[in-house]
Design a protein around this ligand. Sequence first.
Ligand code: ZN
Length: 287
Amino acid sequence: MAWCPFARKLELQPESDDQPAIRPTQLIFHSVAAPWDEVRLYEYWRDSTSLESHFGVDYDGSLGQFIGTETRADANARANLRADGTGAVSAETASRTDSSDPWTVEQLETLTNLGVWMHERHEVPLRICRSWTDPGFGYHAMFPEWSTGGTDCPGPARIRQFREVLFPRIVARAKGIEDMALTDAEISKIAAKVLAGVAKAAWMTDGVLTVPAEWTSADNPQWAALSILVDQGKRVRGLETAVKGIERAGLSEAQITAIADRVAASPALAEAVAARVAELLAARLAS
Ligand SMILES: [Zn+2]
């Protein structure tokens, strides 16, 4: 018989003495569909039903244990005691009657510690059960063999928490990497690396930006930001070179002749040019 050192012992008799031994290989999480603390749950198991779980967790995280973890408890149908002597340990948790609410922060904390204890005390491996007999961690609805006639327990919000929060936290805490302390210098180093990675991805990720068809004759309209920047730079430098060339060259003889011919062919243009020449001449004379 094994009793969790941070659980309040509320031993159920005669079940605790009468029920057969198991070798615990799984920890299965439940919602009890009632907002009960561990004492109220103990009374329910004792007075109202022949079923029971090993553990009960109230909303405030307080933990009760009703049966030793090396004794069969009857919350998981065929997994309670298998033919090979292995069995599942069950943890009930206070919930709304429709089991729609997520676990509280305090419940998650207790369930994490319970998971770590099961790993250390009974060598339950740090993985999610891959079948109804596979050693590891799970929730009630995970396999049909774990219930009679199917169940949604512990409810969709807690099933999500199991995968996203609870199980990863059990693994992290069991491996001692959850509260790993970092120095300021280490944090700065990590931040700089993250920043460099983000900047590189922002400039070089292809398939995010679409360029107009007239920019490119290639079939690929999806460019990385860096390619757009390089392309535009090339075009601007090309224009600069062209403009400088025109400035240096001035007008050719042929261009001057062409302009003079156009002026001569248009009386209005000739008039305007003559007026401008007269204006410039008057100004020169006045000075
Ligand atoms: Zn359940």
